[in-house]
Design a protein around this ligand. Sequence first.
Ligand SMILES: C[S@@+](CC[C@H](N)C(=O)[O-])C[C@H]1O[C@@H](n2cnc3c(N)ncnc32)[C@H](O)[C@@H]1O
Length: 327
Amino acid sequence: MTPLEEILRDLIRREGPIPFRRFMELALYHPEHGYYRRGRDPFGRAGDYFTAEQLQPVYGFLMAAGIEALWKALGEPADFAVVELGAGRAEMAPAFARWRYVPVEFGRASLPDSIVGVVFANEFFDALPVEQAVRRGGGWRLMRVDWNGARFVWIEGEPVGSVLEAYLERFHPSAEEGAIAEVHLEGLAWLERVARRLRRGFLVVVDYGYTVRELARYPGGTLMSYRRHRASEDVLAEPGERDITALVPFYVLEEHGAACGLRTLRLERLARFLLAAAEGAGLESFLREADEGERLRRRLQLKTLLVGFGESFRVLVQARSEREGAQ
Ligand SMILES: C[S@@+](CC[C@H](N)C(=O)[O-])C[C@H]1O[C@@H](n2cnc3c(N)ncnc32)[C@H](O)[C@@H]1O
């Protein structure tokens, strides 16, 4: 039994079945035993999964070129900063070193009060704890996690409260009986936080996710767990030992962003964003400048970025103007 299994089991014994958001929050972010807090490196070959950020230096080169275009669009301000939400190992630091780089992460920096520049979030929103609900009799019921004596199990709880109900009616209006949906209140809170602090500039979100038209593909919800490069739909097993993610509903970020002053400029596949960024950025000479082994490595990274990550990831760019920011 993992230390977190014990903690969660005792919590459920004391309080009864807990909402999934609480389970995910503790599984990932318990200060001592949470997946992202226990000092073990989850990234890379020896870890549980790769992100695009591990494909350095090519991802850094291309993303920095994309951000350079945003810096120019803003009039090349001298106080331009790149604030990265959930920076992990801060792998983008060398690529973003030409600007002030602020890696927001537990035990590192927190979100600055006033930002001119880009708030960058790579696989951040998909790691935020979500609530889960099931459509029943025209309403929604909260999904809770119970302990059955041997393992954690899902149970259908009470009807959701008014905040979750409003979210679900707004973003899942046509859900059918039995459909499962996630509620991204934490994601909305981060959007609001960014909108308040971003004086002038852009929010750039890179993540796995879906549009409103793709919503129907996920009647069972989108939760997944990852361990040692294997994906599983069982997100309740081995808490603290596995990553847990929920696909990002880009249309929710767009709609809620618009309501708090973040206007969508682009939502596109990562490959398209990176190819546009590469134009005029000197990619060919960057690929050629290294020795032979490194040249091959860079070409393979480019291929993985364009064909693998590039097809499954999207980039959402939202703008915050000074006028909209003045509240
Ligand atoms: C999936 S990882 C992505 C890391 C990195 N951006 C990458 O793409 O390799 C999500 C990161 O977000 C961080 N994170 C989640 N919630 C956070 C919060 N409230 N404050 C700071 N960091 C947070 C986690 O600790 C974790 O490092």
